[in-house]
Design a binder for this molecule. Structure first.
Ligand SMILES: Cc1ncc(COP(=O)(O)O)c(C=O)c1O
Length: 391
């Protein structure tokens, strides 16, 4: 089936049913927590199972002399999707690993400053604070609100920069509420000041169009098991060629001297499971058949759809700007004077709907994140369940 030809409009539910049929069914729960990890398309799951069986029959030879010969092609495919050179891509397990590679791999000395925000991923913040404690670098928290305008956010970062700022740590889309940062503008400002940039793109790659070249950052990190739908345990680290030589790998690599991008690949970091990577190419195939722009439009449409159904519920409060063009699959809501953790449990136990409780600073609520296999009648089910538990 040619999915693109079948999908005249992003609102065509019939065409999206065709996409749904290509995904592993979600049961017993209606899965609205795809921002954590997504189910794979059936073809992806099958490719991985076949590869796993193949490995079992002759592990060493079948992994490293057979399956791994596909790795350059996998990198070429990914490079095309994210608009970088294959020589800038390292494959690893997840965003956390890629982020730690950058955080612990950049050479810094006492007094150097790293600019982060209170909203960055908790392990990112913890990594930088560890370096502060151990090496005497200075971590500076940039103060702004998740709901501030792009201009205000840019001003806050610029204000927090000093002549000692060496690294700017940015989150492309916050997992808390789906807010997207103006990372391209921020990277341009950082470049002018010789500041190294790390973008945590765990939530944006394959959810919305991302061009590494256009962002012109130093490190872009993502997980392939979120929006791309590759098997769980696949991540990608993109390192700008200007940074590869001067960045240390997380673990000492097998080959010496540790030069090109391979030093960040997980096959240089001990034994790993090659079968997991076998699912990347079929995942890219389905993704490109649909197209990133169309996916992003659909995800935005789904978010606006369920919010349209729910917004008149008494006490309904939204913590995501749904008018933004960068809106995608992730949004956060709360109901005034209700225990949101209890609401999460009630939805799961009484209506088999899985959404995610999130709390940071003044933001406390349930995060809703559909995927492209989600249909509008799933969202009807969710909002009907929500109304019922609130009665
Ligand atoms: C913004 C952000 N960064 C990093 C991560 C970590 O991703 P992983 O658990 O795949 O390493 C996540 C996961 O949800 C995330 O949302």
């Amino acid at each position: 089936m040619n999915l693109v030809a079948d999908m005249g409009a992003t609102t065509d539910e019939e065409a999206w049913k065709g996409v749904r049929a290509k995904y592993v069914a979600q049961e017993p729960l209606l899965n609205l927590n795809n921002a954590a990890v997504s189910p794979p398309p059936i073809a992806v799951e099958q490719a991985m199972i076949d590869a796993y069986r193949f490995i079992s029959r002759n592990p060493d030879f079948n992994m490293w002399s057979k399956l791994d010969t596909a790795l350059p092609a996998i990198k070429r495919n990914l490079a095309e999707l994210i608009d970088c050179k294959p020589e800038e891509i390292a494959l690893n397990r997840n965003s956390s690993e890629g982020l730690s590679t950058a955080i612990f791999g950049i050479a810094l000395t006492q007094g150097d400053e790293v600019l982060i925000s209170p909203w960055d991923y908790p392990s990112v913040r913890a990594g930088w604070f560890q370096r502060q404690q151990r090496e005497g670098i200075k971590v500076v928290n940039c103060a702004f609100d998740l709901m501030d305008s792009d201009d205000d956010v840019v001003d806050a970062y610029v204000e927090a920069m000093t002549p000692h700022t060496r690294v700017l740590q940015l989150t492309h889309m916050y997992h808390w509420n789906g807010r997207v940062l103006p990372v391209k503008r921020l990277c341009a400002i950082a470049r002018e000041r010789n500041i190294i940039t790390i973008i945590d793109g765990a939530q944006t790659f394959a959810q919305m169009p991302v061009s590494f070249r256009e962002l012109d950052c130093d490190f872009f990190v993502t997980s392939l098991h979120k929006w791309l739908g590759a098997p769980v345990g696949n991540g990608m680290l993109v390192v700008n060629q200007r940074q590869i030589d001067r960045t240390f790998p997380l673990l000492a690599p097998f080959d010496q001297p540790p030069v090109d991008i391979d030093k960040f690949d997980h096959w240089n970091l001990g034994t790993y499971n090659s079968a997991i990577q076998t699912g990347i190419v079929p995942a890219i195939q389905l993704h490109t058949e649909i197209g990133t722009r169309r996916m992003h439009a659909r995800l935005r449409d789904l978010t606006r759809y369920w919010i349209g159904l729910a917004r008149d519920i008494k006490g309904f409060r939204l913590h995501t700007n749904i008018d933004s063009d960068s809106l995608g699959a992730i949004s956060l809501f709360s109901i005034d004077n209700r225990d949101m953790q209890q609401l999460e449990r009630d939805l799961r136990e009484r209506h088999q709907v899985h959404v995610k409780y999130r709390k940071i600073a003044q933001f406390e609520g349930l995060r809703v994140s559909p995927h492209i296999y989600t249909l509008k009648n799933d969202l009807d089910t969710f909002v009907t369940g929500l109304c019922a538990v609130l009665e």
